[in-house]
Design a binder for this molecule. Structure first.
Ligand code: SF4
Length: 127
């Protein structure tokens, strides 16, 4: 019996932690994308995979679609050495984010609801 069938038949709730996004898409109803221990985006599996909002989620989903690093169009997550120390007061993703503005390095974004049940930790979605 597969995980989804167990879940339905036994009315179970799983907490599944993985670095393999493809697997989470197959078995999870809701996904929280974490970066350096903080939630960057939270939504249904469809929201995360078909309408990712956070730049980090976009990069992760893009990396699944294009496994070959030499294929043009692949969005790579840029290096940011020492990031844990540098961005303690601001957005943890600021050093790698192509959309980072000055406030991102100073202020920590909260979780903003961009759509029903779709939360994202990014100033671009602050209302
Ligand atoms: S808050 Fe700023 S640095 Fe962080 S993900 Fe959003 S745009 Fe990028």
């Amino acid at each position: 019996m597969y995980t989804r069938e167990y879940k339905k038949e036994l009315d179970l709730t799983y907490l599944f932690i993985s670095h393999q996004l493809q697997i989470t898409q197959k078995i999870c109803d809701h996904i929280a994308v974490l970066y350096l221990g903080s939630v960057m985006e939270l939504g249904t599996s469809d929201q995360i995979f078909f309408r990712p909002l956070h730049p980090y989620t976009e990069m992760l989903v893009s990396s699944i679609l294009e496994a070959d690093p030499d294929i043009p169009g692949l969005v790579k997550v840029p290096e940011d050495p020492g990031r844990q120390e540098k961005y303690r007061g601001g957005c943890k993703f600021a050093g790698r984010c192509p959309h980072a503005k000055e406030e991102c390095f100073r202020e920590k974004p909260g979780l903003f609801e961009a759509d029903s049940g779709h939360l994202v930790s990014c100033f671009r979605y602050r209302i």
